[in-house]
Design a protein around this ligand. Sequence first.
Ligand code: PDD
Length: 281
Amino acid sequence: MPELAYVNGKISSIEMAMVPVEDRGYQFGDAVYEVIVSYSGRLFALEEHLERLEGSMCELDFPPISRETVRHSIQDLFKQADLPRAALYLQISRGVGPRNHAFPETRKLQVVMTVRKVDEKPAMLRREGTAAITLKDFRWGRCDIKTVQLLANVLAKQKATESGVDDAIFVAEDEVVREATSSNVFIVADGVVITHPLTQNILPGITRAVVIDLCKDVNLALEERFYYLKDLYSADEVFMTGTITEVLPLVKIDGQIIGDGKVGPVSKQLYGALHEKINNS
Ligand code: PDD
């Protein structure tokens, strides 16, 4: 059950996989990506990830690539790795060429993948909830495009780590709560589940969309609207969603206890509903 890499059709061990130094993803962050996980040997929400990938590429004027080709490459690599619980990372850059900010003449995209075992969140975090800090959102204005330009997210996550917490939540100048470094954020207030609407300031998370649908299925009131730092602190529950994160409760933010400091019923219900959906998909 090997962990494998793929570079433009060539499959090898991850250690042996190489990309050219003039790859635009490497030099300019001129690349898009997706992270897709499997449960019991099946990739979850593959079509949704392919759809978002196409959207990211289209927004950045990348030459088109057939969905069929990408799907086939993903499935083939995943099959060869034969890891039942895998995290597949896919990155497509605008290609390779002499360093020049303007788009290159070549329209040959560079497709890279790795497939590894999922780095699972510790069970204790899921049982007891976790902590985060908030930070001013200092990212660029197109966080809806899933690009590899993640330096702000990297610095924020490092700040969280150094502060002894699990994650950092970006908050806008006007105190609107955006999202965490690799997850969307939801709050529960007076029985209503609230999350930031889809704008250019957050990633349209696949898990976010699944959780919104699940709220409808289990009759939880759901609002996609702006909410503020004060709403985050005073919420009954706060949780993050993401492909690796799944539904992860936050019980302490900026040192302040959220609700009663324990994982709340809505977070538990949605985590259970998500796994039910995964098992039935
Ligand atoms: N991150 N917001 C940001 C900034 C993200 O990077 C991610 C995903 C999400 C959640 O999206 P989804 O539910 O589609 O995974 C929200 C991936 C997993 C990563 O960078 O590793």
